[in-house]
Design a protein around this ligand. Structure first.
Ligand code: AMP
Length: 284
């Protein structure tokens, strides 16, 4: 496994591999890797010849400077974890390598409705930053396939739109299952910022999603959302429920009545002190 820090060196490496007709799978991450990330790496390595993993904490997608400052950074430990997988290249650039013309001088993508709801509404400018970094990385790497987690479900839909509508690149975008801790909490780099009590309480997010799924046959969408709020409100460590919603999995429009033709997901974001946690689950 190679660790490459510059765009030039990465492109040289990939040109050699492409010349030999290897396919390239790409897993973008912000590091502090856990089994969720590694599941994407394993899937990419199973399906493509070469697996590239990027580790880059992208400053332009953080609307909250405190969140950016406290985001865990541990490149050496991450590389050790990746060494035990079939990852071929870790691309770990610094900010100047990704934004040589400066962070503010970037193309702005408009994701329409997705920019204004749920994550877009609670993290203004977040998806603009995601669009900037992913477009830059895809133009550098030009992978055959991009592996993303369903954990960041709205981000997955945003990136699908970016690839198809704006970049018009022939890249397959593959959404992969959410990997969870034993108590159901979705793995996240932010979990390590939780206190022991918050960490224990955080399993309520999964339990609430599961409860909503279990009751979906007998309750209306409105009743389910009420039940979810009641459940989450009981949890001491949750200081704010930003949203809990039932959405059409293709469009993210809210679902207010059941329709067998529509795939429904429950999505939620909560705050535990200064840590924000998101999760989602397919309901039908
Ligand atoms: P991040 O490092 O948080 O930007 O995440 C990098 C990629 O890993 C994104 O595509 C995430 O959706 C994915 N990911 C993060 N957590 C999980 C998880 N628990 N299960 C599956 N994929 C995940």
């Amino acid at each position: 496994m190679q660790v490459i820090k510059t765009v030039k060196a990465l492109q040289q490496y990939l040109a050699g591999k492409r010349g030999l007709h290897n396919t390239i799978g790409f897993v973008p991450t912000m590091g502090a890797l856990h089994q969720g990330h590694l599941s994407l790496v394993n899937k990419s390595a199973d399906e493509q010849d070469i697996c590239v993993v990027s580790i880059f904490v992208n400053p332009t997608q953080f609307n909250d400077p405190k969140d950016l400052n406290q985001y865990p950074r541990m490149l050496e430990a991450d590389c050790l974890k990746l060494k035990s997988t079939a990852c071929d290249v870790v691309f770990a650039p610094d900010v100047k390598e990704i934004y040589p013309d400066g962070k503010s001088n970037q193309q702005i993508f408009d994701f329409a409705y997705l920019d204004h709801v749920y994550e877009g509404r609670h993290r203004p400018g977040h998806f603009k930053g995601v669009g900037q970094v992913v477009s830059r990385l895809l133009r550098i790497i030009q992978p055959n396939a991009l592996y993303l987690g369903n954990k960041d479900y709205q981000q997955l839909l945003v990136i699908k739109q970016l690839v198809k509508r704006y970049l018009k690149l022939p890249i397959q975008v593959i959404g992969c299952p959410i990997v969870r801790e034993n108590d159901g909490l979705a793995m996240s780099s932010r979990n390590m910022l939780l206190s022991p009590t918050q960490r224990k309480d955080a399993s309520a997010i999964y339990n609430t999603l599961q409860l909503v799924k279990d009751k979906a046959e007998s309750l209306s969408p409105e009743q389910l959302i009420q039940l979810a709020y009641q459940n989450l409100n009981k949890v001491k460590s949750i200081v704010k429920i930003e949203y809990f919603a039932l959405i059409d999995a293709q469009t993210m429009h809210p679902v207010d009545e059941w329709n067998n033709q529509v795939e429904v997901r429950a999505i939620t974001a909560v705050q535990m002190d200064h840590v924000r946690l998101i999760d989602n689950m397919q309901i039908n």
